[in-house]
Design a protein around this ligand. Structure first.
Ligand code: DGL
Length: 264
C-alpha cells in the first residue's frame, strides 16, 4: 500500500509533466495521479463546472490518504484553489503562484502568459504577477490549439510553429522578455516556442516551478519520507487506452499500470 503519497490531479494526461518534475526532484516520494479523462478538457468549461470537477478529483485522492495535494491543471488552479483549500485540511499547491514567482525575474517587466481560455479568462496569472511586481505589464493569450498539437505528437511540427507564430505575434510586438507556459501541455512545445520568440525570451515552465515549490515545502515542514520508495499509481476516469498511448510522450517513460475509477 502507498504510504502517505503526494496526490496530483489534472483534467487528463497533461499533468504528467508535473508528475515527471516532482518524480525528478523528490525521487523517494510515492505519487498518486488522477487524470479526469472522462471530463477533459477543463480549459473550455465554466469556472463553476471546473470547480466541481476539481473538488471531486481532489476528494478521490484525499480519501486515499495523501499528505499533500498538487493541482497540476492550470485551469483548475486558476479557478478552484480557494474552494479546495477551504474543503480539505492538507496543503494544496497549485501551479499559478510558482509560475508567477519565477516570471517576476523579468528584466524589462514585460511578461507574456499563455494558457487555456479558462486560465486566461480568470486573470489569475495576471493578478499573481501584479501582486509580486505591481508595475509589470502582462500580455495574455489563450492558445487552445497547443493542447491537441501536443497530444498528437506534433509539438515540433511545422503546423505547431505556424500556430505559435500566429498566437505569439502580439507578444513579439510587445517585446516581452519572459513567457509563462500556463498550461500542462505547453512544456512539450518549448523548443517550438523558443524558436518563434528567439533566445532573448525566457520561458517559465510552471510544472518545473511547482515541483520546486513542493520540494521546498517538504524541506521546510519535514514532510519527506524518502524511505518509502518512489512508487507511482495512476488512475483515470475513462478507459485508459488513449491516456496510456499519449502519456508516453508526456512522461518519456513507461507509465506502469493505469486503473480506471469512478469519481463524483
Ligand atoms: N490541463 C489543462 C490546463 O493545464 C489543459 C487541458 C484541459 O483543457 O483540460 O489548463
Amino acid at each position: 500500500m502507498l504510504h502517505r503519497a503526494i496526490g496530483i490531479f489534472d483534467s487528463g494526461v497533461g499533468g504528467l509533466t508535473v508528475l515527471k518534475e516532482i518524480s525528478e526532484q523528490l525521487p523517494g516520494e510515492d505519487l498518486l495521479y488522477l487524470g479526469d479523462t472522462a471530463r477533459v478538457p477543463y480549459g473550455t468549461k465554466s469556472a463553476a463546472t471546473v470547480q466541481q470537477y476539481a473538488l471531486e478529483s481532489a476528494s478521490f485522492l484525499v480519501d486515499r490518504g495523501v499528505k499533500l495535494l498538487v493541482v497540476a491543471c492550470n485551469t483548475a488552479s486558476a479557478v478552484a484553489l480557494p474552494a479546495l483549500r477551504g474543503r480539505f485540511q492538507l496543503p494544496v499547491i497549485g501551479v499559478i503562484e510558482p509560475g508567477a514567482r519565477r516570471a517576476v525575474s523579468s528584466r524589462n517587466r514585460r511578461i507574456g502568459v499563455i494558457g487555456t481560455e479558462g486560465t486566461i479568462n480568470s486573470g489569475r496569472y495576471e493578478r499573481a504577477i501584479h501582486a509580486l511586481l505591481p508595475d509589470a505589464q502582462v500580455f495574455s493569450a489563450a492558445c487552445p490549439l497547443f493542447v491537441p498539437l501536443a497530444e498528437e505528437g506534433w509539438a515540433e511540427h511545422e503546423v505547431a510553429r505556424l500556430t505559435a507564430a500566429e498566437y505569439l505575434q502580439p507578444m513579439i510586438e510587445a517585446q516581452i522578455d519572459t513567457l509563462v507556459l500556463g498550461c500542462t501541455h505547453y512544456p512539450l512545445l518549448r523548443r517550438t516556442l523558443q524558436q518563434v520568440l528567439g533566445p532573448q525570451v525566457t520561458l517559465v515552465d510552471s510544472a518545473a516551478e511547482t515541483a520546486c515549490t513542493v520540494a521546498a515545502l517538504f524541506r521546510e515542514q519535514g514532510l519527506a519520507r524518502p524511505e518509502h520508495g518512489g512508487r507511482r499509481s495512476v488512475f483515470v476516469t475513462d478507459v485508459p487506452t488513449r491516456f496510456e498511448r499519449v502519456g508516453w510522450g508526456f512522461l518519456g517513460c513507461e507509465l506502469g499500470k493505469v486503473e480506471q475509477v469512478r469519481i463524483g
